[in-house]
Unconditional design. Structure first.
Length: 138
């Protein structure tokens, strides 16, 4: 079986979120770099390093999560010849529930011999919106 090639970081990111929605750990891990120097930090979670730890975490998440819908708002994207950094806001909706707290997420991709691959996914809950009852300073 040939390895999937992602010719752009955007293709890798689309495959990452498609795997997330399908809860497909094999498709998810296809997006990640093949080496052990990868890291994942789930919301309020520990730093996970290496393919085994990352895979195990996604298996656990997929095993215990309902079907989800994800809307991504791109906030910032930067890229050079070998790295791309995408800062996005994830809005995740489980089943028929309303969307939960948005997640501020950083996804880092590295250009490898087999195309663009994820090397870091870091998600954290967005802070609550500021209260509008405080006076505005001019």
């Amino acid at each position: 079986m040939s390895e999937k090639r992602y010719d752009t970081p955007q293709e890798a990111e689309a495959a990452f979120y498609a795997a997330f929605i399908k809860r497909d750990v094999n498709a998810m891990m296809e997006v990640w770099a093949a080496d052990e120097n990868i890291s994942c930090i789930h919301p309020l979670g520990q730093i996970l390093i290496g393919r085994t730890a990352v895979r195990d975490s996604w298996e656990e998440i997929f095993r215990h999560s309902p079907e989800v819908q994800i809307m991504i708002n791109g906030r910032s994207r930067g890229q050079d010849e070998s790295f791309a950094i995408h800062v996005v806001e994830e809005h995740i909706r489980a089943g028929n529930d309303p969307a939960g707290t948005p997640m501020h997420t950083t996804n880092v991709y590295h250009l490898t011999e087999s195309g663009w691959r994820m090397v870091l996914h870091h998600a954290s809950p967005a802070p609550p919106p500021p209260k509008n009852d405080s006076p505005t300073l001019h």
